[in-house]
Design a protein around this ligand. Structure first.
Ligand code: NAG
Length: 399
């Protein structure tokens, strides 16, 4: 079933170093067909362990991550992708080359236990191949890319699609993660998957079942969101997780594609004779003076005004800063002035206390009747000393 048309990978391993540590893997793949390569952790594991340990029967199962890039470039070529779900899973290189050519891929494996690294080089040569003229893309909702890339699963999916297409001559053109095409990250709940797009191609025209997806009735059912009725004869999914979403199925007939627009005719590169070169007008000159005023002069004036104000406050109005010959006199005056001010203030405050104090502040206050003991007339601690001397506002006490 999988035999016809499928390419063999010409794999040859060059042992460069003495211990075979530096291996170069050469792969030849056809353009327009899916390429997958599983980066097996066990292969890299043997690079991390000395042979003696391996022969001693110790088995390691270290977590590992891979870093892949095109040699001398920071990333992989556009057509090639890498995926690994978990450090305890194998990684996958996959993608569909679109143009013939050679890519040298470096794969670094990092052992997450010992933090050792090892490197492997892949030389991938894409050779041109006729594209299958009839292609169809299917969406498998209940899958994740890593679960689909192992060749056994690819085989299962292909088998179902061969029955659907009613031909054996079917090849997988592309497999891609729905997340790369605007899909959403699913909830971390069992039964929620990212989804995978699988594109297959064939030399055979589409089967009746596939052509059904082009019917207007099918389109209506899909837009209405009702359950799409597919005749039993078209349902070929042997494993529930491999079932396709009918509404996301798309057919591509490359034979009906419009021919590419003709390439633009290239001129001689020499301008026709006659006619002077007319340089484009330079943009109108701009007056920068208002901008200059706003950004430079105005802040400068503001700063100057502030400076002058500050200078006036600091030097023009400051008390106590006097000429040297008047100094003592002035300081005395200043002292006099402040003493006066302070006494006045104290008197003012004491005058406010001439009012009878609230009852509750009196000693022996009966809170029910409001009656209080007669205030002490003599030697009261509530009468300040300063008032006793000369209080102009109080007439209860003699001056
Ligand atoms: C394969 O699918 C990916 C992701 O959608 C896309 O970027 C790429 O162009 C496809 N390749 C081919 C050859 O269709």
């Amino acid at each position: 079933m999988a035999g016809c048309g499928s390419w063999l990978f010409f794999v040859s391993v060059w042992a460069v170093g003495l211990l075979g540590a530096k291996a170069e893997i050469k792969l030849t793949i056809p353009v327009g067909r899916l390429f997958t390569y599983e980066l097996l952790r066990e292969t890299f594991q043997s690079d991390f362990e000395p042979l003696s340990k391996l022969y001693a029967g110790r088995l390691y199962d270290d977590p590992m991550i891979f870093k892949c890039n095109q040699q001398n470039f920071p990333d992989l070529p556009e057509w090639l992708r890498f995926t690994q779900r978990h450090p305890f899973d194998n990684g996958f290189l996959y993608g569909t080359p679109t143009t013939p050519g050679k890519s040298i891929i470096e794969v670094y494996a990092v052992n997450k236990r010992s933090y050792e690294t090892t490197r492997q080089i892949f030389v991938i040569k894409a050779v041109s191949e006729r594209m299958p003229p009839f292609q169809a893309e299917f969406f498998i909702k209940l899958r994740e890319i890593e679960k689909v890339l192992p060749s056994s699963v690819q085989g299962e999916i292909k088998q179902d699609l061969q029955k659907l297409w009613d031909t054996e001559a079917l090849e997988i053109v592309n497999i891609s993660n729905a997340l790369d095409r605007g899909g959403r990250v699913p909830l971390p709940i069992a039964g929620h998957f990212e989804g995978v797009y699988v594109k297959v191609g064939s030399e055979h025209y589409f089967s009746e079942c596939l052509l059904r997806t082009l019917s207007s009735e099918h389109g209506r059912q899909c837009t209405a969101g009702t359950k799409v009725k597919v005749p039993g004869g078209c349902n070929f999914c042997s494993i529930p997780s491999n079932c396709i979403s009918w509404c996301k199925t798309e057919l591509f007939d490359l034979t009906k594609q419009e021919p590419a627009p003709p390439a633009p005719t290239v001129g001689s590169g020499i301008m026709e004779a006659g006619g002077d070169f007319n340089p484009p007008d330079s943009p109108p000159s701009r007056d920068y003076f208002p901008d200059y005023m706003v950004t430079v002069i105005v802040p400068l004036i503001l700063a100057l005004v502030l400076f002058i104000m500050l200078a006036y406050i600091m030097f023009g109005r400051r008390e106590g800063v006097v000429k040297r010959d008047e100094r003592t006199n002035q300081i005395q005056l200043y002292h006099h002035h402040t003493i006066h001010g302070n006494t006045d203030e104290l008197r003012d405050m004491a005058g406010n206390r001439g009012l009878p104090p609230p009852l509750s502040t009196l000693p022996m206050f009966n809170y029910r009747t409001g009656e209080g003991a007669p205030p002490l007339q003599s030697d009261s601690p509530t009468i300040p000393l300063i008032m006793a001397q000369h209080d102009p506002y109080s007439d209860t006490l003699p001056r």
